[in-house]
Design a protein around this ligand. Sequence first.
Ligand code: ATP
Ligand code: MG
Length: 354
Amino acid sequence: MMLPRIVVAGNGQLGQMLQQAGAPMQLQVMPVEPNQDIEIALHSDDVITVEIEHWPDTVTGLQLKNHPNFRNAGALHAVIDRKRQKSLLDRLQVPTAPWVVLDDEATLEEDLTGLGERAVVKRRRGGYDGRGQWRWQSGGEVESEWAGTCIAEAMIPFSHEVSLVGARNAAGEKVFYPLTRNWHENGILRASVAGIDVPEIQQQHAEQWLSRIMDDQEYIGVMAMECFVVDGDLLVNELAPRVHNSGHWTQEGATISQFELHLRALADLPLLTPEVKGVSVMYNLLGRNWKPQWLGIDGIHVHWYGKSLRPGRKVGHVNINRPDPAKLGESLQKLLAQVDDEDRVAIQWSLDQL
Ligand code: ATP
Ligand code: MG
């Protein structure tokens, strides 16, 4: 059987985990660094996907972008600029935080005040993990550099954050995981919990909206949608046209991981709704090593990316998967006693969600 080779633009952990997901099927996945001026050997039947959203027009970068099987160019174009992304959500009538484009320096204060007492200013391009963001409140300083480079959103008083990970294939079939509950600190994902009860209405709305977005973009592969929970319903925060950190729990917590699901959609293999196995917690290792003794705790799986340690850098994650909340609680209690102080808050938050 001939499966296409999947070439991934970007060679970080997401590409690595896509490669791991393809390995059992001998589905070849080749991550490539796009930011280099080297001519790489691509086949005409390769399928090109991404783990990052933008890269410069280098020799390799252009080769990837111009390949006839480069997938989801339209969705990437729409998502990499927050103005375009928010406009897409508005056009598709997907509820999102009220927002404005900050264009004119002279009206910055007025534009922000129009959103209410507090706002979040976000750089239109290039932000991630909370970078390129500022919190503003009425009477506070405005920065002239915001004009022309940023959008602003009303500060949403959410009760918590959730995300939906789904996939669509070329025939337009779509499948979804249940909503994952996420905890961010300083704009960076610390922990996720999945397999716990989710209000039906939230799941329904999230699936409807992500379906609308993926269909509109004729999207192929996995897409993630981050949401705020407000008064029991959802507001969409942002989209990620790729596999997503909040879906990492699916590696051990579902019959098909988000990485395999993405490959299935790209290679046009059967798409099935993944079944969730028990309850899962994922927490990110931010600039910290893991400890071998953790492997003595039931249900723990360590995923280490092989990167060098830098403060706050995502260098790995830990999935803990157990058949039920009580057992997961036992594992988390054990882990709590073994992790560094900085990770204790993430584990404690996870325990509180069960
Ligand atoms: P990612 O790494 O997920 O791509 P990011 O840096 O692109 O993150 P956002 O997801 O827009 O940025 O924001 C990061 C976090 O900041 C959110 O998960 C949320 O906790 C908080 N945040 C963002 N926008 C708002 C808002 N309008 N109201 C309240 N909190 C917000
Ligand atoms: Mg985000």
